[in-house]
Design a protein around this ligand. Structure first.
Ligand SMILES: NC(=O)c1ccc[n+]([C@@H]2O[C@H](COP(=O)([O-])OP(=O)(O)OC[C@H]3O[C@@H](n4cnc5c(N)ncnc54)[C@H](OP(=O)(O)O)[C@@H]3O)[C@@H](O)[C@H]2O)c1
Length: 266
C-alpha cells in the first residue's frame, strides 16, 4: 500500500467527525490531497488543520447533503483547484431513532435525501471527470442496516438498502471505464452517529447507544476502508459480533427472524 495514496485527489463527505474525520487524518498521513465536506465549516477547518497538509493539498468544501441540486457546481470547484478526482468517498450520513408510524413524510424524505440521493447526485456529477481520466474509485459508506431492517431505523435502513441497488448497478455499468465501486458496511463504530440520529420530532437523539460505547474505533474502521480501496474490494463489512447477523440472515433466515427481535434498538 506504500505510496498508493500519494498525490491522489480524494473527496470525503462527512469529514467533520467520526469515520470521515479518521479517513481524512490517515489519508493525509499517506500524502493524499483532500477535499473535506460536511455542514460545519469550523469542524472541517479543525480537521483540515489537524491533517497538517499545505493549503495547496487541501480544500474545505462545506455543503448540506440535504440539498445536492448544486452538485455540478461543487464538483467544478474541486476540478478548478485539483484538476481531477481520483477517489470519492460518500461517507456523510444521518441515522434515525424513530418508529415508522411516528415519522413524518417530510422526515422520511429528508433521511432519503441525506443518506441516498446526495450520494447519487454527487457521484453522477463526478463520473464524467472519472470517465475522462479513464480511472476513478467510488466509495459508498452504507451500513449493516443496508442488509436488514431494524427497530427505529425504517427510513435510514431503506436509504442504505437503496444505496446497494443503485451502486451495484452503477459498478457494472462503469467498470469498463476504469471506475471501481466499493460498498462499505459498518456494523457498530464508536462515533457520534447515535447522538446525531434524528428523532420523530426532528431533533438529535442526543445519547450514545450503549452498543456504540464498546464498538471499534473510527480509526480502526478507517484503516480497513483504506485497505479495501487499495485491494479493489467490492464490499467490506467492518465491526464486531453484530456482523454475524448478516451471515445468519443469508444462510438461516428463520433463525435470523428470532434473534433480530430480541435485540435492543440501542
Ligand atoms: N458509526 C456507526 O456505527 C455506523 C454504522 C453504520 C454506518 N455508519 C455510517 O457511517 C457514515 C459516517 O458516520 P459516523 O459514524 O462517522 O457518524 P458521525 O460522527 O455522526 O458523522 C457523520 C458525518 O456526516 C455529516 N453529515 C450529517 N448530516 C449531514 C448533512 N445533512 N449534510 C452534510 N453532512 C452531513 C456530519 O457533518 P456535519 O454535522 O458537520 O454536517 C459528519 O461529518 C454515515 O453514513 C453512517 O450512516 C456508521
Amino acid at each position: 500500500m506504500r505510496h498508493f495514496y500519494k498525490d491522489k485527489v480524494i473527496w470525503i463527505t462527512g469529514a467533520s467527525s467520526g469515520i470521515g474525520e479518521a479517513l481524512a487524518l490517515e489519508l493525509a498521513r499517506q500524502e493524499a490531497r483532500l477535499i473535506l465536506s460536511a455542514r460545519r465549516v469550523e469542524e472541517l477547518e479543525r480537521v483540515a488543520k489537524q491533517t497538517g497538509l499545505p493549503p495547496l493539498d487541501i480544500m474545505v468544501l462545506p455543503f448540506d447533503l440535504g440539498d445536492t441540486s448544486n452538485a455540478s457546481a461543487l464538483v467544478a470547484q474541486v476540478i478548478n483547484k485539483f484538476g481531477r478526482i481520483d477517489i470519492l468517498i460518500n461517507n456523510g450520513g444521518n441515522s434515525q431513532r424513530s418508529e415508522a408510524m411516528e415519522t413524518s413524510e417530510t422526515l422520511e424524505r429528508q433521511l432519503m435525501e441525506v443518506n441516498y440521493f446526495s450520494a447519487v447526485n454527487i457521484t453522477k456529477a463526478v463520473l464524467p471527470y472519472m470517465k475522462r481520466q479513464k480511472s476513478g474509485h467510488i466509495v459508498v459508506v452504507s451500513s449493516i442496516a443496508g442488509k436488514f431492517g431494524f427497530y427505529l431505523r425504517s427510513s435510514y435502513s431503506a436509504a442504505k438498502h437503496a444505496l446497494h441497488g443503485y451502486f451495484e448497478s452503477l459498478r457494472l455499468e462503469t467498470e469498463k471505464l476504469g471506475i471501481s465501486t466499493l460498498m462499505v458496511c459498518p456494523g457498530k463504530v464508536k462515533t457520534n452517529v447515535s447522538l446525531n440520529a434524528v428523532t420523530a420530532a426532528g431533533n438529535a437523539h442526543g445519547k450514545m447507544d450503549p452498543s456504540h460505547e464498546t464498538a471499534i474505533s473510527a480509526e480502526a474502521c478507517a484503516a480497513i476502508i483504506i485497505k479495501s480501496i487499495y485491494r479493489n474490494d467490492e464490499e467490506v463489512f467492518i465491526g464486531g459480533k453484530e456482523l454475524l447477523a448478516v451471515k445468519i440472515k443469508r444462510f438461516f433466515p428463520r433463525w435470523f427472524g428470532k434473534i433480530i427481535r430480541k435485540q435492543s434498538p440501542y
